[in-house]
Design a protein around this ligand. Structure first.
Ligand SMILES: Nc1ncnc2c1ncn2[C@@H]1O[C@H](COP(=O)(O)OP(=O)(O)OP(=O)(O)O)[C@@H](O)[C@H]1O
Ligand SMILES: [Mg+2]
Length: 268
């Protein structure tokens, strides 16, 4: 049974209830209950191995949680049990993500990578693409236009025909985000988007996150070690340590939280 938080205005778009994930003897997530506000930028922080990526994997159907519940409300009045899903199901329901270790189709071009992101949106889908019917050709033309527009906007102007593997690291990270955006997600999940970026690229990323947030009705959940990024873009922060949720609050409150400070300093 779903918890009794009936869908009324202001209900979280996504929540976990006592979510646990066990890998053999290791409890990677332990009874994590948290809520993500609709339209917010929510950060998940915590030391290495705290369970951040595992949380994303549970939310996007890559891991099947051992126990607990994930509730998703794509729109007010609509409640979906997301606990045991798949990456495909999550994508169809409007959850798009990036990965800590970039996952692009290396042998495909920049444009083709974004077209793949767009495909989950096309009505005629893969079947139509294979049979090459009229409706599909119109959709493909539209997809091409949308993908090119998005790529221009994200600064890939002259690079659309370059193979993904030949892009420099910062642009590969940006391309992965662009591909996720192409699916026009309801929730965008970013796993360490700033990792490995230089100062200028990290600033561009902050700008990008703010822009996509202000343009649409998007909810963003990001895992990040770069505290200046977390503090400058997040509305709310959840901190994990050894699979447990140790604090939730505004960036300012989290920065002062003693358990969070201890977790990061590794004190007893
Ligand atoms: N598929 C798996 N099988 C076994 N153990 C796993 C698996 N996935 C994660 N773990 C373990 O679960 C714990 C949490 O891992 P997770 O990747 O979620 O941490 P994280 O907070 O994302 O860390 P980092 O900041 O290093 O990315 C770690 O001890 C990790 O080794
Ligand atoms: Mg991780």
């Amino acid at each position: 049974m779903l918890p009794s938080d009936a869908p009324t205005a202001g209900n979280p778009i996504l929540s976990t209830h006592n979510l646990s994930m066990r890998f053999g003897g290791l409890l990677a997530l332990s009874e994590v209950s948290l809520a993500v506000k609709r339209g917010s930028i929510t950060a998940i922080i915590g030391p290495n191995g705290a369970g951040k990526t595992t949380l994303f994997n549970c939310l996007t159907g890559l891991n099947n949680p051992t126990s607990g519940l994930i509730t998703y409300r794509p729109q007010e009045g609509q409640t979906v049990n997301l606990t045991h899903g798949s990456l495909d199901k999550a994508a169809r329901l409007g959850l798009a993500r990036t990965f800590q270790n970039i996952r692009l189709f290396n042998e495909l071009t920049v444009l083709e990578n974004v077209l793949i992101g767009l495909h989950s949106r096309l009505k005629a889908g893969l079947w139509g693409a294979l049979t090459g019917n009229k409706k599909t050709r119109a959709e493909e033309a539209l997809a091409l236009e949308l993908a090119n527009d998005l790529l221009q906007k994200q600064g890939f102007g002259d690079l659309t025909k370059v193979l993904a593997k030949n892009l420099p690291y910062g642009l590969r990270k940006r391309l992965e985000i662009t591909r996720a955006l192409a699916a026009q997600p309801t929730i965008l999940l970013l796993d360490e988007p700033a990792a490995g970026l230089n100062g200028g690229e990290a600033q561009d990323l902050i700008k990008l996150i703010r822009e996509v947030k202000s343009e649409g009705n998007l909810t963003i959940i990001l895992i990040e070690h770069d505290m200046s990024l977390v503090m400058s873009v997040s509305d709310e922060v959840h901190a994990l340590e050894y699979g447990r949720l140790i604090a939730s609050g505004t960036p300012a409150a989290i920065q002062r939280d003693e358990r969070v400070i201890k977790a990061y300093l590794g004190e007893e």
